[in-house]
Design a protein around this ligand. Structure first.
Ligand code: BES
Ligand code: ZN
Ligand code: ZN
Length: 510
């Protein structure tokens, strides 16, 4: 079974529309502020008195307090069902609370709620209503490609109608349509990350990218296959991938390539399975290393979000795809390799492979006259030690740029936390006795920082000029945030699809 055949199925269970209708069709979804003692006046239009009485009773008895992320389902009323959802206190209720409330509702929906629902807001702003819709859509995802299907499973096809005033309708429809496109990007990233490694390997990812691009006139996908990568001197990509029967490749996405001027270049680590190679990982949880291509999924997902929403600017994505296997022809600890940059690397641990493939991806990025380069990588366990599953590690050679990414993350509630790019770490990664660089720090401390410092050695100067200025670059270590983020309410389990929304926000708001 090849997963790309099934691409497009996941995340499609919900049909969400916006309308200025006054009717309540199906189950009512009612977001409420803490302290509400009765149904807000604005929400009463089209509501039967029996439903109003039932909700009023629940509220006045204090049975539903409308705390953040809480819900209560009301069944058995004379005029249908309702889901009450809490927004917390009205004075500190943010757009994030609306998004969280939307996601909470999706997580609550069961077959017993029926398959038609109407959302009614109490005078929320347009951006707040849109965020609620976004939360609903983001959470509407489960990865079922490999399940036969079970009638008892709570996968429900529902149509949701967000109601608003006539005055608001056009703007809200526009906003929700954009968010639908962005959610497609997030869901695609999750599909890629969740796909098992026997079906998701470099060639499959490349085929998927090529097939996907056929739907868009303004996107070109170029695949640099194994032989071409060898010929081009992509020594990092080749060294990591050569031990696998599934050979490595580089996939380049170019959107609106004829637009003049500099553009963002996104680079992704795409290790479709990381055994550690000859420096073999321990067995426990090794299955999770299928998500070691999360960086490449972020790049592909962001391209999808931009393409779906008709973005007209130029953007380039480069994904470095390889499978890291132990084999007779795998690279060894002790090997010295040379990649595109011409710098040599002493490979002291074959499990530090992400930085090797990225060294070629980052150097290649320089060919596209980048306004800036951002790389995404499930790079280090050390980053998970430092930040848990709560925030991505964020490094940059430009403080202002780092702040911009941090703020873009905050705007969409995807935390990216500033980390230090210190000269001492660079020194540590460049003091190999026999090569220009080493892929392992001198000790285990600061492992996420030494990895970032290593990557910096491969960020080219403008126009590759020897003494020129280094291109603005940021590195995002998503080892902890791409997977296993139990507090991320936007996702049930598995791949999170993190940072598609951050980077979409960054690119489209500047
Ligand atoms: N893919 C791993 C990093 C990782 C760990 C991602 C846990 C997600 C969860 C990476 O290739 C790796 O193995 N890094 C090593 C580096 C070390 C050998 C310097 C690590 O973090 O242990
Ligand atoms: Zn590794
Ligand atoms: Zn890895």
């Amino acid at each position: 079974m090849k997963c790309f055949v099934l691409y497009g199925i996941n995340g499609d269970a919900m049909e969400l529309t916006v309308s200025a209708s006054e009717n309540i069709n199906g189950t009512l979804i009612l977001p409420l502020f803490e302290g509400s003692e009765s149904v807000p006046e604005k929400c009463q239009t089209g509501m039967s008195s029996s439903m109003k009485n039932q909700i009023n009773r629940v509220l006045s008895d204090g049975d539903f307090k409308a705390k953040k992320k809480s819900t209560m389902s009301l069944y058995g009323g004379e005029d249908g069902k309702a889901i009450l959802v809490g927004l917390g206190k009205s004075d500190d209720c943010t757009i994030h609370d609306y998004r969280n409330a939307g996601a909470t509702v999706t997580a609550t929906i069961k077959k017993s709620h029926g398959n038609e629902m109407t959302v009614r807001f109490d005078g929320a702003g347009i951006s707040h209503m849109a965020a609620f819709a976004e939360g609903m859509m983001l959470r509407d995802y489960s990865y079922n490609n490999y399940k036969k299907g079970d009638d008892d499973e709570e996968e429900v096809e529902v149509s949701i109608r967000i109601t608003c005033s006539e005055k608001e309708e056009e703007e809200l429809v526009g906003k929700v349509n954009i968010l639908k496109g962005v959610c497609k990007g997030v869901h695609l990233s999750r599909d890629l990350g969740n796909c098992p490694p026997n079906d998701m390997y470099p060639e499959v990812f490349a085929d998927m990218a090529r097939d996907w691009a056929k739907d868009f006139d303004n996107v070109d996908v170029t695949i640099i296959n194994y032989d071409e990568a060898v010929k081009a001197g992509m020594g990092g990509l080749v060294a990591v991938g050569m031990g696998s029967s599934r050979k490595p490749c580089m996939v380049i996405f170019e959107m609106n390539k004829d637009v003049k001027g500099r553009c963002p270049v996104l680079v992704g680590k795409g290790i479709t399975f990381d055994t550690g190679g000859i420096s073999l990982k321990p067995g426990a949880n090794m299955d999770e290393m299928k998500y070691d291509m999360g960086g490449s999924a972020t790049v592909f997902g962001t391209m999808e979000a931009l393409a779906q929403t008709g973005f007209e600017g130029k953007v380039v994505g480069i994904t470095c795809m390889a499978e890291n296997m132990p084999a007779a022809n795998a690279q060894r600890p002790g090997d010295v390799i040379k990649g595109l940059s011409g710098k040599t690397i002493e490979v002291l641990n074959t499990d530090a492979e992400g930085r090797l493939v990225l060294s070629d991806g980052l150097w290649k990025a320089g060919e596209f006259d980048p306004e800036y380069i951002i790389d995404f990588a499930t790079l280090t366990g050390a980053c998970v030690v430092a930040l848990g599953h709560e925030a991505t590690g964020l490094w940059s050679n430009d403080d202002d740029f780092r702040t911009r990414i941090h703020e873009a993350g905050n705007a969409v509630d995807e935390l990216a936390w500033p980390m230090p790019l210190l000269p001492a770490f660079e020194k540590e990664m460049t003091d190999s006795k026999i090569a220009d660089t080493r892929n392992l720090g001198a000790g285990r401390w600061g492992g996420a920082n030494t990895a970032a410092a290593f990557l910096k050695q491969f960020v080219p100067n403008r126009d590759y000029e020897k003494d020129g200025e280094q291109i603005t670059w940021a590195h995002m270590d998503i080892a902890g945030t791409y997977w296993g983020a139990k507090t991320n309410i936007m996702v049930k389990n598995g791949a999170t699809g993190i940072h598609v929304r951050t980077i979409y926000h960054l690119i489209t708001n500047s």
